[in-house]
Design a protein around this ligand. Sequence first.
Ligand code: KG4
Ligand code: ZN
Length: 360
Amino acid sequence: MVQILAIESSCDETAAAVVAAPADIRSSVVASQIATHGKYGGVVPELASREHLRAIVPVVREAMTKARAGWADLAAVAVTSGPGLVGSLLVGMTYAKAICAVRGLPLIGVNHIEGHIHAVLLEARADGAEVELPALALVASGGHTHLFEVLPGMHYRLLGKTRDDAAGEAYDKVAKLLGFGYPGGPILDLLAPHGDPDGLRLTLSKMKGNTLDFSFSGLKTAMLRWSRIEDMTGEILARRALQKLHPRPSVEQWLSVTPQRTLDAIAAFQNVVVEELLTRAARAAEACDSRSVIISGGVACNAGLRREARSGRLHCPVYFPTPGLSTDNAAMIAAAALPRFERGEFDDLTLRASANLALA
Ligand code: KG4
Ligand code: ZN
């Protein structure tokens, strides 16, 4: 049995997982740093590196213990080598290299975005299904918003990407300016169904050039302008006070400090983000004659996006990861490493962390 230990530390989650071929997640441990970065409304790179250093040893140990695996049971160690925060990537990479050097195991560097795509392929395989290729993959998270064509043999073609903010980043920034907690995506997603999206008129972005590229900065600016016209001071202070009392408020608690006009604005914002993502995904899937659509990354947790994507507008089967595999985790890194292991494609200890590592 081929078993791979994978380590992921590209952003603000320290994660380790043991996955056995072809699709058995023996363990998947994720230590979140939300409590550390929450008060700053976003990830602080220096703090992230420090937290990874603190968490890496216990997280890997827990993943090994939960999988009931010893070092001798592993065939390789996989690690995210980019894209991401260099200081964060280095912690996972150094630890993975150390294990490989001491235990004589092969090292496999994995692109984080490829990991997000493999989260879906892994779960489909575990369910006894295979995602039909060529597929269209939309990866939308706090750091990236990309459209890829996934071709047989795990080759990728980049079709479009964001020119400014990532979709999750737009959620986080809008949530921050409205006085909600971090990360903002899950909170705004829970509140959106309580608003009327027609309550605020927001327009879709118009761009020259590649019609499969995204842009979310105009939308963010529109939300900022709206929040300045309305006097938000009172409600923002109420939301901050709520978070002092309850670090993770419930929907009801958020609703108690969020008037209808703000709920309407959140619903309108979510509608536009979902529209931006799915219009381009549908256009790309049609242009590539895709057999299936994969939607992954933290924003794939979004209930509005899931509902709309499954409404039939993508004209082919749509695959989402379960929420635990949508946000950053190491099982997806192990999944991306398995085909590389089978092909004998290994990295040596000179593998470098790359903040802007491209997939295609
Ligand atoms: O994939 P991920 O864990 O980390 C990155 O690689 O960036 O994604 C985190 C991002 C955050 O921006 C978060 O706000 C967003 O995913 N997110 C959501 C939802 N859940 C997480 N955005 C919208 N709706 C959600 N339900
Ligand atoms: Zn990610």
